[in-house]
Design a protein around this ligand. Sequence first.
Ligand SMILES: Cc1ncc(COP(=O)(O)O)c(C=O)c1O
Length: 437
Amino acid sequence: MSELNTDAFWMPFTPNRAYKAAPRIVERAEGIYLTTDTGRQIIDATAGLWCSNAGHCRAEIADAIHRQAQTLDYSSIFNFGHELGFQYAERLIKHTPDGLNKVFFGNSGSEAVETALKIALQYQRARGKGERKILIGREKGYHGVNFGGISVGGLPPNFQAFGQPLQVAHLPHTLDIERNAFSRGLPEHGVELADELERLVNFHGAERIAAVMVEPFAGAGGVILPPKGYLKRLREICDKHDLLLIFDEVITGWGRMGSAFASIEFDVIPDMITSAKGITNATVPLGAVFVKDGIYNTVMDAAPEGTVEFFHGYTYSAHPVACAAGMATLDIYEREGLLTRAGGDIGKHWENALHSLADMDNVIDVRNYGLAGAVELRAPENLKGKVGGKASAMAWEAGVMARGIGDAICMSPPLIIEAHEIDTIVEKLRGVIGSLA
Ligand SMILES: Cc1ncc(COP(=O)(O)O)c(C=O)c1O
């Protein structure tokens, strides 16, 4: 094979110059395994970017994509439709929490976030409360990279160069290693952090706030779980002040936490849910917002009959090939019980395996829920915030794809993973962490 030229591709969220000096190339994938261009087998302990939930290269999804591309590859979705889009939406809402029965399609998590924020503003306006424009996010939150998402998002490197152009305020994050280190599942301490929402409401005035958007657990912020009772408290405060609550379930949706959605797992029903990634098992880009009927009806009723009610949409909203991939993905999730598998024995095994690393001197926290987890490492002063990246690079050499975030190693393996494969991941991580000590 001729030498690979890496010049033209400006890589996302990657130190391009360092990467191009020593490219790591993945050539094939199957199940939970990746194969590199040098023939090495790597366990994909992150399911790509928290998204290949049913494992890689599932033949029936590939077949569905192929068939759809030969039948109806594309047709305008503004003012026209295709059956598959409607059928897929009906199928999706069989899995959403009660009352979230409307689906708006986009192509990514970022677009789902922008769509949800715009629906929130449109809804407030439709019910005569157009002055409600402030959007509340949370520190360490990640909601994609578009301007709405970086405004409500709470990861400074993602907005520092661009600003946060929407009217926003932020809740404090819920990472509290001092009080909650080595929690199994949801941490005990920190429900009171939700009361900060009361403070923001007092400060800004409820009559100026449109919505609150949080991830049920902060993924890209470093697998930060909500303290027990926290999400319920947020819901109560939103209800008290008539604020919309949006859960960004781009990661937590589709089985990651042991239920189809974290909202179901934690029994807290938001007004909207954003989704992407696992919705198509990451085979074809697709994002969606699930919306409460009342919001949809209010927006419909506010517009004169025969007019466009919501000036928003994408060329590829409900792209037929993405819908076909999504349908085939749901077939697998439903047939193989993957939406609840993480809540069973395999999730327990994951928890025990990750927590077995707690005996290592330089492990200062282990966090887990369902099939997501993080191992937080002690960082020497000169390496603060960089140890996760170092560990991730070493894990790759050891045969595991794991994500470094700050000083944590973060993982979210495919939901099909078996116990012995979890053991292999943890054994390899033990080696990596040991050599970092
Ligand atoms: C919670 C959350 N929201 C939104 C996004 C953005 O999704 P995308 O990269 O598909 O735009 C992500 C991506 O990781 C995410 O984790």
